[in-house]
Design a protein around this ligand. Structure first.
Ligand SMILES: [Zn+2]
Length: 238
């Protein structure tokens, strides 16, 4: 074979391999997220026109669903969504469609609330007995409850430094905000809710790593296959 032809064949093969790799590892994982972002823009633009898309704080998807839905709004993103190549979402995001400080957030399940002294926008609640896996301790993490400058919307019942304060399901924790830690780059107004695994020593693991978290959808009774479909509104699965 002609040497140049051989080089051309190798290059074309390498290019095809690269395209296939990017398709499988970048495009496909992010595809559902693109679809959800489109839906989210529609919601934020006019929530009143799409009230049927909203979940309702303090209600249950079904009588046997372990967790209460923790806030009102559109479930914009799910666990394992990919916003950025190689990064996976560690929880679910619910967008109230309101200004900051307006949409209430309630405890999804009873437990013991801690707010680390430096936390402006987050609380974490220890659940000694996982309702879907008896005997396992889990932690429920609620965040973005502050404005871009870090003014907190967390209930005054839970000041910074709160440790192990018992709360019932349905207790008001605070209000949705858009705090990210970078005042110049706030998020949309939402709640990020995640289930964090225990570290085995009475603490919680780093919630920023998806491997330390569980999919909240089965606990909330949300549509289980929503991760595969970019067209559906994520609502109760029953
Ligand atoms: Zn999130």
């Amino acid at each position: 074979m002609d040497k140049r032809l051989l080089i051309a064949v190798i290059l074309i093969g390498a290019l095809a391999g690269l395209i296939f790799y990017l398709y499988r590892n970048v495009y496909l994982p992010m595809k559902p997220t693109f679809g959800r972002s489109t839906r989210l823009v529609e919601w934020i633009r006019d929530p009143a026109a799409h009230q049927e898309w909203s979940i309702k704080a303090g209600t249950r998807c079904a009588p046997d669903t372990p967790f209460l839905l923790p806030t009102d709004g559109l479930v914009g993103y799910l666990w394992n969504d990919s916003f950025q190549a190689g990064k996976r979402h560690q929880g679910i995001d619910v967008f109230g469609g309101t200004e900051v400080g307006k949409t209430p957030i309630v405890s999804a399940y009873p437990g013991y609330l801690t707010r680390v002294s430096s936390w402006k926008s987050a609380v974490i609640i220890r659940v000694p007995d996982d309702p879907l896996q008896a005997g396992r301790q889990i932690w429920l993490y609620y965040t973005h409850m502050a404005d871009p400058s870090g003014n907190s919307f967390i209930s005054s019942d839970f000041p910074p430094g709160t440790i192990e304060k018992y709360v019932e399901a349905g207790t008001l924790l605070g209000y949705q905000g858009n705090y990210t830690g970078n005042a110049a780059n706030p998020s949309g107004v939402h709640l990020h809710f995640s289930i964090v695994l225990d570290d085995g020593q009475g603490g919680f693991r780093n919630e920023l790593d998806i491997r330390n978290t569980l999919d909240p959808s089965p606990y909330l009774g949300l549509l289980l296959n929503a991760g595969q479909s970019d067209g559906n509104v994520i609502v109760c699965g029953n």
